[in-house]
Design a protein around this ligand. Structure first.
Ligand code: EPU
Length: 419
């Protein structure tokens, strides 16, 4: 498949107002969950991104009837007749394994190929397996397939060794089909976990405590279809905030949830960026002269790993030495060499990047090695002098809804051309 690349003419100041799209990581959990209903669900405010398109193809391959107009999706699960999504689709995204607990709940059997997704380090699934087996499933991963079977699912206590987003989602999705109560200890607290719990509850489930580290689920189906609006994308919001700050811009982001952004807002304020929050909008203004800071990634409400890459791009031109510590993934600094080719001065030691701020970056050809690395390249391209050419745009389209177009509406000059 011929790819596309972005040509960014750097140095343009971002100005104006832009609306954020629905949350990717909420969408990819909530869409599979809709299969648990005994009637159709309508999900609103979905992002029009490649990951959602791949999920639609997977749901259709399983027999579901799905309609999508780029924002609203209707999922009719009553015709689902397969427990095995096709490998060529499942391998294109991380969240395909959320289908395993859902199909297990429906058929007491699921065969889901090992998930794909961004190559940002070890992405173990041992905690997902622990969650499902504790509730009564037998899980076999030989041959690159998650093969799950059960005779009966029973609620139980599950202690997660780390607050994994994926394991929390998969254990919740198993628990709603189990008989009795499940308690997940050390659960992930991300906003998309809360959104999934709210969606399940709107279908008639009883999930309590999502957003804290202890989630209690009183299981038992049937669940019914529901009409639900998903939350705005936390990481897209953050990427737009960083892009505004990087260009000395003045941008109002609408349709956002400011409380989801506190970790980033605090850091931008520390750097000298003006931030004003009001209801569902965030106003970001910067004079482009920013101070170095230190950042440590953590689970929510800490600084999100998914913003580590665009934030590092911003820090390349901030005054002084910044220190960025990546605590979630063990290989999320691969894009640093691309920033260095633009003139950044960065030293990576183990999971820490030390960034010596330089006066300017200069545009050149760079590659988006994964989704958020792509966002980092865009931030770098926006603030660099001259033209930056970014290849690997497919990674960016997987998770951002027309980011080039949105930034152009704010005054950026980004051209999408065939590779
Ligand atoms: N981990 C384990 N065992 C497990 C599960 C995870 O050791 O069973 C480790 C992982 O190896 C990793 C860490 O725990 O080092 C975090 O993994 P987690 O399971 O929380 O991440 P994920 O579910 O694979 C989701 C998002 C990511 C986001 C992370 C962290 C989705 C579809 N993906 O991944 O999003 O970075 O949580 O917040 O929700 C992105 O959007 O660009 C992206 C990569």
């Amino acid at each position: 498949m011929a790819g596309e690349k972005f040509l960014i003419h750097g140095g343009m100041r971002l100005e104006g107002q832009i609306a954020v799209s629905g949350g990717k990581n909420a969408a990819v959990a909530i869409i599979p969950a809709a299969l648990l209903g005994s009637s159709p669900s309508v999900i609103e405010n979905l992002p029009d991104i490649e990951d959602v398109h791949v999920l639609i193809e997977m749901l259709r391959a399983l027999g579901a009837r799905v309609e999508f107009n780029g924002s609203v999706m209707r999922v009719d699960p009553t015709t689902v007749d397969s427990y095995a999504p096709p490998a060529h689709l499942a391998q294109r995204m991380r969240a395909s394994y959320y289908l395993a607990p859902v199909l297990l709940g429906i058929f007491m059997r699921a065969e889901v190929p090992m998930p794909g997704g961004c190559n940002i380090g070890t992405r173990a699934i041992d905690q997902t397996i622990k969650g499902m087996t504790t509730l009564g499933a037998r899980v076999d991963t030989l041959g690159g397939v998650i093969d799950v079977k059960s005779d009966s699912l029973l609620g139980a206590e599950v202690y997660l060794d780390c607050p994994s987003v994926g394991a929390t989602v998969n254990t919740m999705l198993t628990a709603v089909s189990a008989t009795g109560t499940t308690i997940i200890y050390n659960a992930a607290k991300e906003p998309h976990i809360v959104d999934l719990a709210n969606f399940l509850n709107s279908m008639g489930a009883r999930v309590m405590g999502a957003g804290t580290s202890i989630i209690r689920i009183r299981g038992g189906r049937p669940l019914h279809g529901s009409n639900y609006t998903i939350i705005p994308d936390q990481i897209e919001t953050g990427t737009l905030m960083i892009a505004a700050a990087a260009t000395g811009g003045d941008v109002i982001i609408t349709g956002a949830i400011p409380t989801h952004m506190e970790a980033l807002s605090a850091k931008l304020l520390e750097m000298g960026v003006y931030i004003r929050e009001e209801d569902d909008l965030i106003h970001v203004r910067s004079n482009g002269r920013l101070r170095a800071i230190s950042v440590k990634t953590q689970g929510y409400p800490g600084f999100p790993t998914d913003l580590q890459q665009p934030m590092t791009a911003l820090l390349t031109v901030s005054t002084g030495s910044s220190v960025v510590t990546e605590n979630i993934f063990d290989s999320r600094f691969k894009y640093v060499s691309e920033l260095e080719r633009m003139g950044a001065r960065i030293r990576v030691i183990d999971n820490t990047a030390i960034i010596e701020g330089v006066d300017r970056l200069v545009g050149t050809s760079v590659h988006a090695t994964d989704l958020r690395a792509g966002a980092a390249m865009i931030v770098a391209g926006l603030l660099a002098e001259g033209e930056t050419v970014i290849s690997g745009v497919a990674h960016i389209d997987r998770g951002y809804e027309r980011l080039d177009h949105k930034l152009n509406l704010l005054g950026a000059m980004i051209e999408r051309v065939p590779e």
